[in-house]
Every structure is written in structure tokens, then in C-alpha cells.
Design a binder for this molecule. Structure first.
Ligand SMILES: Cc1cc2nc3c(=O)[nH]c(=O)nc-3n(C[C@H](O)[C@H](O)[C@H](O)COP(=O)(O)O)c2cc1C
Length: 181
């Protein structure tokens, strides 16, 4: 908990859709969340860091703190959006070689709810390693919002696509999921 509301970490990966993440931040703030943006190192090139810092009033974080720096507050919830093929697979494998992945590595064990919104093209989304990662994350209680495969009758949810286009409004869907609506 922070002094101004519950703390939401928005973890941003290096996908084209990252340029629109300010919309997710705005939606979350409208819901009363205090938002901390965390990017992967690669995603720094995909976002407007000063604009996000103005919007959130907090520095965008992309690296682990130095040992002598204070520990940042723990999130009440985490949304990974856009989530790349790379970061989804690494999260599922328990790799923690970026600050973003370090936060994700601990989240299930700490009981922090996590929603993952992959933006991957079909060539990547149909790969066995990716399908296995989704399955394994879901088995740990992580919410992965994926578009049903063609012909699927699950109708469960949807995902972004590699070019940042949307079938609906995945940012809003991710926020609904994390807010428990
Ligand atoms: C212009 C551009 C757009 C990209 N879009 C995507 C994307 O939508 N989804 C994805 O999984 N990777 C995408 N990539 C590839 C990732 O940036 C790359 O896999 C990177 O290593 C991901 O790092 P991260 O997971 O640490 O953010 C894109 C790369 C470029 C140069």
C-alpha cells in the first residue's frame, strides 16, 4: 500500500505496442491505482520515458537498485503489458536477469496477482515453448490473456498482436482482470 492508493507495477517489454502504454497507466489511475512503470532494458527505446514519468510522478525503473539504494515499495499487483515472447518465456522459466523479471520471479511466491498481456505474432504464439510457458504460468495462478486460437470455443479472452493492433481493448481487459472485475 502507498500513501495515495494501491501500488500497481506496469511492466513494459520491448514490443511495438509499448508506445501506447500511457493508456493503461491512465486507465489504472482512473481506478485509483498508484502506478509504477518498470521497463525491461530493451523497452527503454520503445517508450517515452519523460512522458511516463510526468504521468505517474515516479521515475521509470529499468534496472535493479544498487545495494546501497533503498528498497522500493512492493506492488499490490502487477500487469505485464505489452509482454514479449522473450519475457513470457523467461518468466515461466524463473529467469531473473532483468529488474522486471526479478519482480515477476518473486510475485507468485509473495501472493502478488499478476496479469500478463502478450503481444506476439502468430508465428511466435504457436511455438511449443510459448504454449508451454503460458500453461506453466497459468498453473502458478498467473493470468495470461490470450486470444483463443482459430476454431477454439473457449472464448476465454484475447491478446494483442505483434503489430500493436487490437481486437478489442486489451489494456482495459488487463486492468479489469487485475482489479477483479
Ligand atoms: C520494432 C520492434 C518491434 C517488436 N515487437 C515485438 C512484439 O510485438 N512482440 C515480441 O514478442 N517481440 C517484439 N520485438 C522483439 C523484442 O524487442 C525482442 O525479443 C527483445 O529481446 C525483447 O526484450 P524484452 O522481453 O526484455 O523486452 C520487437 C522488436 C522490434 C525491433
Amino acid at each position: 500500500m502507498t500513501d495515495s492508493g494501491r501500488l500497481l507495477h506496469v511492466i513494459v517489454c520491448a514490443a511495438g505496442a509499448a508506445r501506447d502504454v500511457g493508456r493503461l497507466v491512465a486507465l489504472a489511475q482512473d481506478e485509483g491505482w498508484t502506478v509504477q512503470v518498470v521497463t525491461t532494458p530493451s523497452a527503454l527505446d520503445f517508450v517515452d520515458v519523460p512522458a511516463l514519468e510526468r504521468q505517474t510522478g515516479r521515475p521509470v525503473r529499468s534496472r535493479y537498485r544498487r545495494p546501497d539504494e533503498p528498497k522500493p515499495p512492493r506492488a499490490d499487483a502487477i500487469v505485464v503489458a505489452p509482454a514479449t515472447y522473450n519475457t513470457v518465456n523467461k518468466f515461466a522459466q524463473g529467469i531473473a536477469d532483468t529488474y522486471a523479471l526479478g519482480l515477476l520471479a518473486e510475485a507468485p511466491g509473495l501472493g502478488i496477482p499478476v496479469v500478463v498481456l502478450p503481444f506476439v505474432n502468430d508465428a511466435l504464439a504457436t511455438r511449443t515453448p510459448f504454449r508451454r510457458s503460458v500453461e506453466s504460468l497459468r498453473a502458478e495462478g498467473v493470468h495470461v490473456l490470450l486470444r483463443p486460437a482459430s476454431g477454439s470455443d473457449s472464448g476465454a479472452d484475447l491478446a494483442g498482436t505483434g503489430d500493436g493492433s487490437r481486437e478489442d481493448d486489451p489494456w482495459a481487459l488487463a486492468l479489469e482482470k487485475i482489479s477483479g472485475k
